[in-house]
Design a protein around this ligand. Sequence first.
Ligand code: NAD
Length: 322
Amino acid sequence: MTHPFDPTTLPRAVVTGGAGFVGSSLCERLLADGWRVLALDNLCTGRRANVAHLLADPRFELRVADVCDPMTVDGPVAAVLQFASPASPFDYLALPVETLRTGAIGTLNALELAKAKGARFLLASTSEIYGDPLRHPQTEDYLGNVSCTGPRSVYDEAKRYAEAATMAYQRTHGVDTRIIRIFNTYGPRMKPRDGRVVTAFVVQSLLQEPLTVFGDGRQTRSFCDVDDLVEGIVRVLARGDHMPYNLGNPSEFTIAELVSEVEKLLGPQQVTYLPLPQDDPTRRCPDISRARRDLDWQPTVALAQGLVRTIDGLRQTLAAAQ
Ligand SMILES: NC(=O)c1ccc[n+]([C@@H]2O[C@H](COP(=O)([O-])OP(=O)(O)OC[C@H]3O[C@@H](n4cnc5c(N)ncnc54)[C@H](O)[C@@H]3O)[C@@H](O)[C@H]2O)c1
């Protein structure tokens, strides 16, 4: 006799920020790997539409709640993944105090949940903790060059606090923690006007507006496809240790080269040049030796390939908004 499928026997993960760009892809992947998933999100920068396709799955639940409020979750939890935070410059500059609160109080609440449940904890930190780095590429032991008073400090310092809190719970309370430092990631489900360069160029191009380049276009960024990132996240969760891992694509592109990549896919573009914003790093590139060595992880999706999916996703989002 076959028994009816009982999803409650599967390990359960709580993903804060699960309705965001990265969080929603992570929820998808965890479900595919056999987890039950509770996505907890206040939808301040995320969208219900990002997880609408998961809602019919009995193993998935979306709870609209603020991670800054104490979290109660019934039953066992095997992993808490703290992804809640406004993340694009447009969002965290519009929500500066919320960003600080989420990085600080939200992370403490998520750590308390992990401690109470004996769950593994993973913090989504950022390359922004390196500020405007003076060393290239950045290894995890680089301490950074960060302004604690500039406009971007609300995000950078919130994440630095969140890393400190995570290490304190690991040292003092024995919580089994992980920290990942995510470098620029792109892919479907990014918001059309989020202030990130990939989305900006694709949306401007689709709307036949000039592409806005800040500075002279010689500053570099590395762009990681979201599927590559999610593969790195699940490897850190399963096999990593408690010290931070850089997760990003070490292939550097200048902003001018990104313009060329967009032109290859969407045709010739007009470009408008504006001054560089305050604190905008001129160069940012991950050293991923640690993730390569410990986790056998490295990005596999080429920018040209990932851009095609991103363009499709943003085209659909723009069409749905009309
Ligand atoms: N996308 C990147 O390139 C990148 C780079 C570095 C770090 N990160 C980190 O990855 C995580 C996800 O980023 P993203 O790009 O998907 O951004 P996103 O804005 O799409 O997702 C963040 C999610 O967190 C939710 N959220 C914010 N504050 C909350 C709160 N107080 N309570 C509950 N939910 C809250 C938002 O509604 C949103 O759904 C963030 O922690 C971000 O700092 C992302």
